[in-house]
Ligand binder design. Sequence first.
Ligand code: PEP
Ligand code: MG
Length: 759
Amino acid sequence: MMKKRNVDLVCDIAELISLAEGGRDRKELLQQVVTSVAGHMQADVCSIYIYDDEDRQLTLRATQGLDHSAIGKVKLQLGEGITGRAVRELRPICVGTASQNSSYKFFPGIHEEEYEAFLAVPILRGLRRIGALVVQAGEANYFTPNDVKALRAIAAQLATMIENVQLLDEARIEAEASEVAVQKKVIKDSIIRGRSASTGTARGRAFTLDAANSESCMLPDPDGNGHTPEDFEIAVEKTADQINKLQRQTSEELADVAVLIFSAHLLILEDEQFTGRIGKLIQSGTDAVKAIAMVVNEYVEVFSKSKMPLIREKVLDVKDLGNRLTRNLLNEESDAADYRGQIIIAHELLPSDILKLSAENVEGFIVSSGVTSHNAIISRSLGIPMVAISREQADSIPDGEELLMDAEQGCIYLSPGEGVYAKYRDLDLAWKAMHNASDMKEETLTQCGDRVHIYANINLLSDLQPAREFKAEGVGLYRSEFPFIVRNDFPTEEEQYVIYKKLVDQMEGRAVTFRTLDIGGDKMLSYYSNVNEANPFLGMRAIRFSLQNKDIFSQQLRAFLRAGAQADARIMFPLVSSVDDFVAARDIVHECMSSLDAEGIDFNPDTKLGVMMELPSAVEVVDELAQEADFLSIGSNDLIQYMLAVDRTNEMVSKLYLAHHPAILRAMNRIVAAGLTHEKDVSICGDLAADSRMLPFLLGIGLRKFSIDSVNAPMVQRLVNSMDIGKAESIANRMLDFGRISEVDAFLLECNLAPETEV
Ligand code: PEP
Ligand code: MG
């Protein structure tokens, strides 16, 4: 047999590819590559598959050795067959005897059956999947590690070439489509895929409410002018009544966060410069809708240029007011002039905007600037679906377009046809069944009878109702920052006490874990912006802020201690990076206890103090932390972010945010082990606690306390009920052995626990 000439091969391909720069046809070039590879390697078959990210499929695009009629027809799903697996797992797979391999997928009629040796190498650009280069040979075990190396080198060169050609193709398609885009014409049943930030389904018309684009909020007047100054006055009165009603309602329903949330609306409405000026413009002959738009846009201009975040934040309020006035002027059917039946598309939203729009009955949110953790958390608490998409995608959705949101999957259907609606109805029913808590039992047991405790994560007081419905054993995490965020100033100790006391009272004797203020990172307080940090996630966040601002910290601690006087209340500190952080925070708690004591105010001197395990540095000293603290709680959202150095809010790196990274698995195991050694409680309160794929692992390493969003409780209880601890332990032990993400991936797949998003 002739010797394989891999060095020559790599050189020849490099030359071929350089020819491609000269504009050679891609099909022809790929064919030349496969012919050349097959020849040099003395392989019977060489094929190239190209990957399509949209439908996650590989399609055969060139082959030497297989039947040419298969080109364009043979398709593999990501993960399907040896080739699909290599691309999914981002690694070459070399198989000596393909017919005996469980992953082998045989396509009849293309004469593949004769070949035993199979080597598939993914074509990648960084982590982007471009396709696969595959060689096959009749002789078993034909390919060597050197062949793998050679093929990898070729795949790397091909990746750049194919990607460049694809980019050119896309640019051409884009140019052709740009006219259509200008008209914002949407093809029936088209889908936009984004990332789910708050699950659920929604249906409604698109409504762009973008602080950056002042024109887009104004509704057109179908009748042209003809509205009198009196018509406008009536619209103003109607608007004032509606806002007052909204304010009353939200103050009752969201007492902890929405006090006077619509006050800016009312102030602007009463401002002579605003309403008066619009009235005067109408009097002097300007069309009423235009007059509203003109004045609103002037305000938007001024507000958006303000150096003060508090003023800039009012941009959406003015726009909202403009929309409401316009609707009332046009006498739109609905008396409420709210966002019922509408899905808001916005570049950016603040937690306060989300609260306001929720009070105004919005159906869903589509956000195009990445989702801050607090926005996602608050939308989930309010039960409003939220999907994050790119700016370009958001711009392509025309105002008024009929939309369906499947926020479980992060999909948005534009102008959906009957088939999609039918699917949506099924989805909605399935979603409701999955989250129905009515059958939940008080106690959660595994199949083998081990007791597991399910606690609730509480963000707003309104979360208490669903938590009680699912019979939560207590509150495992109260995110205390929301009453701070949606306000114009720090809430006083008394204001905080009222909120915390409600929480304790409504949990009726069950444990309540208060988490001290966690601001900074992606959410600064607009009224406390004296810090301008280049890396806020690494800056004055959480416990660091509290230790630096002792007065604010002490007020919160006193309010916690007072509220928990007669209760099983605990306090935990976020983002602790050292034993020293914990000890410093504990000292301040003790000072607060002494001052309360001196003032004769009731508190629980046995209040347990805990550490949130969110930083790699804390993991390194977990033994010492477990010795000092009364309990530990794994904040997996941040633990993953900081251990992997992947911003949890950055769309561009979301694929690298991997809960099943071996480093994360081992860190969690260490934390639980330290708890066991020092006989301290360990719980988990990040989103991972409700991740069905990871639950066997979490149980297997010994976690028994899970604090989760109420919406996920039925699913978690059902899963725990079906689990056997022995089996969970062996799953966990296997997972802890792996050093590579791809190995964990493959194992999860094997256990039928495939991740939704692959590496
Ligand atoms: C976490 O980081 O996992 C956590 C629970 O805290 P938050 O999501 O509020 O940062
Ligand atoms: Mg956190």
